[in-house]
Design a protein around this ligand. Sequence first.
Ligand SMILES: Cc1ncc(COP(=O)(O)O)c(C=O)c1O
Length: 363
Amino acid sequence: MNGFLTVDGIFGNPASKTHGAGRAAADAVDSARQEIAAFLSSKPEEIIWTSGATESINLALKGAALARRDRGSHIVTSPLEHKAVLDSATWLESQGFEISYAEPDETGRITTENVLEALRPDTIVVSLMYVNNETGAVTNFASLGPKLRQHGALLHVDAVQGAARMPLDDVASEADLISISAHKMYGPKGIGVLRVRKPLGREFTSQIHGGGHQFGLRSGTLPTHQIVGMGEAARLVQQRRMADTKHVAALDNRLCTHFARIKGATLNGTADQRVPGILNVHFPGVEVESLMLALGNVAISSGSACTSADVEPSHVLLALGYEAERALSSARFSFGRFTTMDEIDHAGRLVQDTVTALRRMSQ
Ligand SMILES: Cc1ncc(COP(=O)(O)O)c(C=O)c1O
């Protein structure tokens, strides 16, 4: 990335193909595009760079819904989605679209049956996440995808949390639109991708208009350094996926062993079909805000990092049917490739001691 940031390196504008500096930058963007295309089993011309998954999701939902308005005005999503999906859906509602929310089952997953139940003849888009960012619950698209195609509804998958943790084969083959974000796959912040399956391009409208960059779907000068960083992150995820998965599963097991020693601690959401590395734990009688403050340099959250400025209970835990009190006594733990077993042991012991101390103080 550094090599694309200064005049000593490749500093040209990748859209300026009239000079060597621009062409060198364009080549770097092209090879990153190929890397991401391979990562998502797609064609390079299906990859649209964005400023991150929030933008990808906005583009996916608005781009598909507005272009298909003549076919219907109904959209299906779920109450467990990231705010980027929920707020885009709410905006579309203000523009005359109707939104239905497929309910999670008792284990906290969105099932094919529940999505099919929410479909209507005029459903044009279905948007669901692959891995839930707060509970780690995984959605199965292998059975849903063919049914949605039959119905004529487009499928958008928010694959942000699954990209570095899970195989993407089913998502890549079943989804028409896929949103991913570099910073959730060990890459830089501020860069993401929307995969727009061809020949969907014609049924899809741009949301950022300008110089007609990126096949006319998203205008604006491309940030070469960010793009190169995301391409390299994708290459490394593919190369290290098996080793990372094994490592994170071992860390997850160990953290669960620590939590099993805490009286009353239980997992929120599904225990099966959860991706290792994301877990949400209820500590009865403990305010999560006090826990977060007392843990010092162990970084945990009360919901998704993107919304943890709010003191509100997590909308995901409420949608799973938990009371606000439980949601406010629950903490989300996540870790990955660079977390060590020593760090997990340190965090596990510290959480045990802190929960005990906080409970004693509140007696
Ligand atoms: C599931 C999910 N979707 C979307 C986003 C938004 O991604 P970005 O931060 O790239 O805008 C996040 C962010 O954490 C996320 O976890």
